[in-house]
Structures are given as C-alpha cells and as structure tokens.
Design a protein. Structure first.
Length: 675
C-alpha cells in the first residue's frame, strides 16, 4: 500500500524567515525541498480511495467492519421494504464465502445514466461514490443509506460481486471484481413472477485477510433483527450446512415475520427475566409525515438495563438524539404522573439516569434524511429526532400510567429509591481514595498496591493461598494488588439473591473493587484500572475463571464494557536446554517450540501443576510483568445480546439438561486432555 503523501509539504511548506534567502520555485528539485514536486501528488479515481483507506468508509478491516458489508446490502433491501415496494427479503450464505441478499422490490434502474454516457444507472451506482436514489425525497421518503457510498463500497471491497435485477419482466446481470466491471450489463432474457434486486458478493481476502469470513451466527442475528424492526416484511434465511458445523442456534432454513415488531423483539430479548412492569409499547406515525417512532419499554427486577436503538432500521449502538428524546419523554411523563398523584415532592430529585436504571428498551425511528456521526452510522445526530420521540411518546405514556396505577406506583417507588441511593452515595463519597477508615474496611487477604490512583493499578484475582503467596512476591507493589480466593466461587447464574448476599468471597471481592453492582455500578469508583483473573493453566483453573467471568457479566457488566476485565495466560510448561529457558502455554505451543526452537535437541520439560508451584521470579517473568506477559481482554458481544445471555444461561444456569445437551452436541470437538 502506498504511503500517504504530505499534501502540505511538511517542513518545506513552512513560511521562510524574513531574512532568509529566497528559494527557487517548487519543482526544480532543490536540495531543501527533497525533490517534492507535482508528480508526487496522487489523484485516486473511482473506487480506489476505498481500497486504499477502507477504514474511512467501514471503520477498519476487522470482523466488525467485514460484517458491515453485509449490513450495507441488507439495509438497501430494507429501504425498499420500508418504502412499501418490497415484502420479502432473502439472505443466503453459501460455501466459498459468498453471501447473497435478494428483495422483491422495484429493482435498481438499468437504463443509461444521463450524466455518464455509455454507462447504465446500475453500473454508476456500483462503481461511483455518492451515487444513488436517496439524496432527494422522491424515490425514498425514509432510508438508512443516505451517503450514496454503501453498495459501491461493498463492491470495492469484494473479491467478486454479482448483481441481478428483474425489471419490467426482464432479467439483467452484471459482475464486478474489486470495484471494476468484470462484464457488461447483460440482458439475460424475459422472466415472469420475479422482480427486484439480488446482490451476491464475497469479501476480498486482500483487504480482510485470507482467514476472514462472514460468521453465520452474526449474519443470522442481523437478518432476524431486520424482521423485528419492520413488521411488514418477511425475511427468509438459508445457510449451507457445512458452514453450521460447531455453530449453535443457527438453523439451515427459517422464515421470519413478526407482526408485534419491537414488542416481540423485547420479549425474546428478556425471556426468563423477572420484570417490574409489563411492556409499554407502541408505534405512531408522525403528522405531518414522513416519520414514525416505534418503541417497546419495560423495567427489570434485577436492574440490569439496556437500550438498543435504530434509525430507519440501521442499528445505532452509540445512541444519539433519538435516545435523548426517549430519556426526556420518560422523565417528564413520570414526573407529571408523580405530581398528579401527590408524589411530586418525592420525585423532585429524580434524573433521567434514575429513570433509565433497570429500563430495558428498544427504540426505532423513521425520519427523512437523518444525520449520523461517521459513515458507519453508529450514532444519530439529527436534532429533530429528539423532538419527534419526545412528542410522540409522551401522550401514550400518560395513558399507560393512568391505566396501570399498580405498575405506575411500583415504577415510581423504584425510580425514587434509585435517586435516593444515588444521592446517598454521592454524599458518602470520600474525597481521598484511601483513608485510614477505607483501609480498615478492605478484605484481610487483599495485598493492596501502594499508589492512590486507579489509573495503572491492577488487581490480580488468584485461587488459593499458595498461588496468592507467589503472586504477592512476584508483583510490583506500587501498582499491582493481589486478592486470593478460596476454591471455586459461587456460581451466580444459578444462585438466589440471599445466597449471593451471604457469600463471603464475593463480598470480599466487591469490597476490594469498591464500584457497586448492577444498576449501582460506578466506573469512576472502581479502584483498579485492570481486573486480572489469574488461575492455573488447567481444567480446574478454566472452571474458576468461567465462574468469575460469569459473576462479572451478571453483576458488573459495566466493568466488562469499560474494558477492565482480563484473563492472564500463565504457561503450562517450562522447557530448558542448557542456558536457554522458554515457556509454553499449552501442548500445541510446546510442540511448536520443540519443532522450531530446539529441533530434536535433548531438553528438560517441566509441567507446572499450578501457579503456587511457580517460583515468584517465574510467575513475574511469564504472567505478571507488563513487558512480557500475554493477557486476554474479556468483551461482551454487543451485536447479539440475546445469544450472549442465552449462552451464559445455557452453560452456567440452573438447567443441567441444557449443559448436558451442549456437551453431547460438541463432544466431537473435544480433544483428549492431558491432566
């Protein structure tokens, strides 16, 4: 890839000092200008800018960006459905890395484009940035693709793309490769009972890597979500059986149509969770249009909240103005109801933060020409969206509260309790992180670090006093703390609230972290920047790590989302040959080292039975020293909240038969364990 030219000339472009001698004009190749001339200025044409800088258009070349290609294609099909021209969308994943999206809409125009002689409108759309039918308001009243770069970017970043258009009972086809036409537009011939557009593409391995492939689980989730977001469309799914080996909960074929829309979506998302209220849901068209707001809202007993929002069926994971409008509407509506029922004085200190604590909500808006922050459209910036959502939701909310006084009272009590708790915590917050009183309250087995700030501080959670002793000797006292736990902690996924409250080990851990749990979690109160689970490199260690990760996911999801939770990767083997000593994390790395580093030489191989058997110097060198260690950061799959929650419940929950079924289904992938 060519390096980016310095368009401003770097140091040579600075204004010379007043008394400096005049330089020769640029282009003469004078030594002071290092030969920087007009020929060094590149002009990228067509779709070449996309291939040179894909991050500018899809946010990068990682897995998230790879799946953004599919999002762009299915969003175009959904725009046809929302505009009332398509009723069926089909998605098919094929062997070889291909995925296709078909709709029965109007079909992309194929007639010659007036501004590009000799090119069809189809070819212009596929090969020219900022071209499409969504800049004005005639073809689409609302749509998600407004920049005119979506399908052309997919074309630019695809190894192969084939498009078929059925219009006026004729089928047209054209193929492309890496953004350039690979064939002319072909009139295949007459067709009957077919109309619309089919886009079949394969991401380019030169951009995303040879091993990068669209994941069936992720594509299936994105496909199903579209059916929830627009009740008037049927979405069909098909996947090659070979792609589903080892993939859970993804069918080979399925068809979706959800007449309940977001209400059905929310019910599926929170299935099995105890709710404080029934769902408050509805959909209202704006008058005068175009524009619409659909919502489904509830409050969970466990206080674990989320808001998933969409604009013109495009997910907006970073929120935006429509979410601001929702928070404003809920706060004003509840305050109005509190005043009406004589509870206004109790409600005076409530904020939108208190209202949204425990709130589980889905919000979808349809507006004309929305403004997003960035091409990947992850945050809505349209100011009118806030006003639209606030205005539309307020009246239905007033009616819902008035018609459900029991639920309204429970909700008011919960929100006021949250506000009082927030104010109490703020009043009790200490000005210094470590006071003598705070030190006395810390768990007895905690070997805390000496620095007073959370920035750079690390807490290692280890199993047992033996491992804790080695870790305490191996740590850097200034910024590394060690908390030993005794044995396997409580499995919070199948334990009751009372049992959880009585568990001393979890109480010690919560006290050491200082940040609270669930809706009371406060990232700014977290006493360490990194929380590192450090367990033995064996099956028991993996089990303990799984229990701890489950605890953090269920009780402190904000800690994971904040990027604070890590898994240490200690070695399982120590390999010595003469003065050379290396460490291997597992059997595979041991065999690789034997084949590459030692190549048949006689070596001494030691297997660590646990962290407690490692010398402090070894533990520091391999696992705790930031300059040498390897760590894995724990993240939550935000793109599929339903599947993430279901997986935790299936593997760690109270239903043993679900785990047994999982073991049966995946037994073929388990290798022999050397324990």
């Amino acid at each position: 890839m060519a390096s980016k030219p310095d368009l401003f000339g770097g140091a040579a472009a600075r204004k010379p000092a007043k008394d400096a001698p005049a330089k020769e004009p640029a282009g003469k190749g004078t030594p002071g200008e290092s030969g920087y001339t007009a020929k060094d200025i590149e002009v990228l044409e067509g779709l070449e800018p996309v291939r040179r800088r894909p991050g500018m258009y899809i946010g990068g070349t990682d897995e998230k960006a790879l799946h953004h290609l599919f999002a762009e294609v299915i969003d175009n099909a959904m725009d046809e459905a929302v505009a009332g021209h398509a009723s069926v969308i089909s998605v098919e994943m094929e062997e070889g890395g291909y995925v296709s999206v078909t709709d029965n809409g109007r079909g992309i125009p194929v007639d010659p484009h007036p501004k590009f002689p000799g090119k069809s409108a189809l070819e212009v759309i596929l090969t020219t940035l900022h071209s499409g039918g969504k800049f004005g308001s005639k073809a689409y009243s609302t749509s998600g693709g407004l920049h005119g770069v979506g399908v052309s970017v997919v074309n630019a970043l695809s190894d192969h793309l084939e498009i078929e258009v059925a219009r006026a009972q004729h089928l047209y086809r054209q193929t492309f490769s890496r953004g350039a036409p690979a064939s002319e537009l072909e009139d295949v011939g007459p067709v009957h009972n077919r109309r619309g557009t089919k886009v079949r593409f394969k991401p380019d391995p030169l951009i995303f890597g040879v091993s990068a492939h669209l994941k069936p689980q992720r594509v299936f989730t994105m496909t199903r979500a579209k059916a929830y977001l627009f009740a008037g469309v049927e979405v069909r799914w098909q996947c090659a059986p070979s792609l589903l080996v080892g993939v859970d909960n993804v069918p080979e074929k399925e068809s979706f149509k959800f007449p309940g829309g977001l209400k059905d979506y929310l019910a599926a998302t929170v299935e099995g969770r105890p709710l404080l209220t029934e769902f408050f849901a509805g959909k209202v068209e704006a008058e005068p249009g175009p524009g619409a707001v659909e919502w489904a809202i509830g409050w969970a007993e466990d206080g674990d909240a989320f808001t998933h929002s969409y604009c013109n069926t495009i997910p907006t994971p970073d929120g935006g103005t429509h979410e601001s409008g929702l928070r404003t509407a809920l706060l004003r509506g509840l305050r109005s109801y509190a005043d009406l029922t004589g509870q206004g004085k109790r409600f005076k200190d409530v904020t939108s933060e208190d209202v949204m604590a425990g709130c589980i909500s889905l919000l979808s808006v349809f507006i004309r020409e929305p403004e997003f922050q960035g091409q990947t459209k992850e945050k809505l910036a349209s100011a009118e969206a806030a006003r639209l959502v606030d205005a539309i939701i307020r009246d239905p909310l007033d009616h819902w509260l008035a018609n459900s006084p029991t639920q309204a009272r429970k909700l008011i009590d919960r929100v006021v309790e949250r506000a009082e708790d927030r104010m109490r915590r703020r009043a009790e917050k200490e000005t210094l992180r470590k006071t003598a009183t705070r030190k006395l309250r810390l768990p007895g087995k905690l070997a805390d670090c000496t620095q007073d700030t959370a920035a750079g501080a690390e807490l290692f959670i280890v199993e047992g006093d033996s491992a804790g002793g080695s870790a305490k000797q191996a740590r850097q006292r200034q910024n590394q703390a060690v908390l030993p736990l005794r044995g396997k902690i409580l499995n919070v996924a199948n334990a009751g609230v009372e049992k959880l409250a009585q568990n001393q080990q979890l109480a010690d851990l919560l006290l050491a972290l200082g940040c609270g749990t669930k809706s009371s979690y406060r990232d700014e109160d977290l006493r360490y920047e990194k929380i590192i689970i450090m367990t033995d490199a064996d099956v028991d260690g993996a089990h303990i790590a799984s229990l701890l990760v489950t605890y953090f996911y269920r009780e402190m999801p904000g800690l994971i989302r904040g990027g604070h939770l890590y898994l240490a990767v200690p070695p399982l083997y120590r390999i010595t040959q003469g003065a050379t000593t290396v460490y291997a994390r597992d059997d595979a790395e041991r065999e690789k080292l034997m084949a590459t580093t030692f190549k048949g030489k006689k070596v001494d191989i030691g297997r660590f039975k646990g962290l407690g058997e490692m010398m402090p110097a070894q533990l520091r060198e391999t696992t705790m020293d930031p300059k040498r260690r390897t760590m894995l950061r724990v993240e939550i799959a935000e793109d599929d909240e339903i599947e993430t929650r279901a997986a935790v419940e299936r593997l760690m929950g109270s239903k043993a038969e679900a785990r047994f079924r999982f073991i049966q289904e995946h037994a073929q992938f388990a290798g022999e364990l050397d324990v």
